[in-house]
Design a protein around this ligand. Sequence first.
Ligand code: SF4
Length: 399
Amino acid sequence: MDTKLEQKPLGLYIHIPFCHTKCTYCDFNTYTGLENLIDDFTESICNEIEFWSITDQYRINSIFIGGGTPSYIDVENLEKIINKINSNFKISKEIEITMEINPEDVTDKKALLWKNIGINRCSVGIQSLNDDELKIINRRHTANKAINSINILKKYFKNVSIDLIYGLPKQNLKSYVDTLEKIIKINPTHISAYSLQVEKGTYLNEQVFKNEVVVATDDISAEMYKKTQNILKKNNYKNYEISNWSKNGLLSEHNMKYWKLEPYIGIGPGAHSYLEKKRFSVIKSPKKYIQSIKKIKKNKIINIEEKIRFLKKNTFFEIYEEHNSKNEKLEFLMLSLRLEQGIDIKDFKQRFSQDFDELYLNKLKHYFKNNILEKNNGFYKLTKKGKLFANEVANNFVD
Ligand code: SF4
């Protein structure tokens, strides 16, 4: 029997927590002024990869190097990390390797180096193509620099994704549509557009509290989302997930794992994993992370369950939960609802041995009547209008 056929696909997320400056809205686990840690950190990441080393049950088919700003660190560090993955895991031939890139880091020389170490998908944090909007959220690039960076990356990569944010301070419907139209002209293969969230602990939160900036109301954000849907559809982008659009089927393989509840390991401070029906995340502080890795470095545990138990025992995790079928069901439904294809009724029955219609159809009736939900070839999905009500519909799955 060909044992390769038995290997399940697995994703790897690598968290690089360094940024040159902090954007006002950002609540990710990222730090400025810690550049002196980058070399030690790279070594720790390589040691954690070695600890996880799995060569039998799983085969890596997506790697996502995110952060922070991975493009901010030297390519030699990134190369060490990718080489370490290659020597500790079975890798799928069709692997997608995405790296998050900030426009100000892009040059022809760097783009070629990134390509040469194996990166084959770029995710570029553009956010807006309006200089006033970029400035007020403390982005370092200008609109022109952003456009140039995409044009450079397109010379080396077939698959370039752009991140946008709508609802920004100083933004209005007209300036947002202007950004979208400029983005269409650059013709990326993939666009993620997220509504601005004012998160606790961010500088933006302070600014909003002191009335120093005004962000879009829910109604304006909803208008911006509708514009995004219409303009991108007209330009042949498929809205395959609530906030994500792709051309020519080039969707984010890695993010699909999150939405389809498939396994992935997160490596690096604060990174989250979903493996063997357990969710866990690593301690957040880069300094503590580097210290903790020293304890796990020399352990050559083979069994995955034992690896997880060992890390738990050595207080390597900040969050640890075992999934029971109740919370797995809830997550499956909430995440499936975000996808264009919707909830796969057959898959639901196979996973949970329960009938979706019997459990929920009564509760969801009025959403079908009001054109918020629809049935399509064995899937229940949100309509175009329904995408604005995703959270409300998902609440019906909470017991
Ligand atoms: S560059 Fe990205 S990760 Fe860094 S502060 Fe800005 S939004 Fe956060």
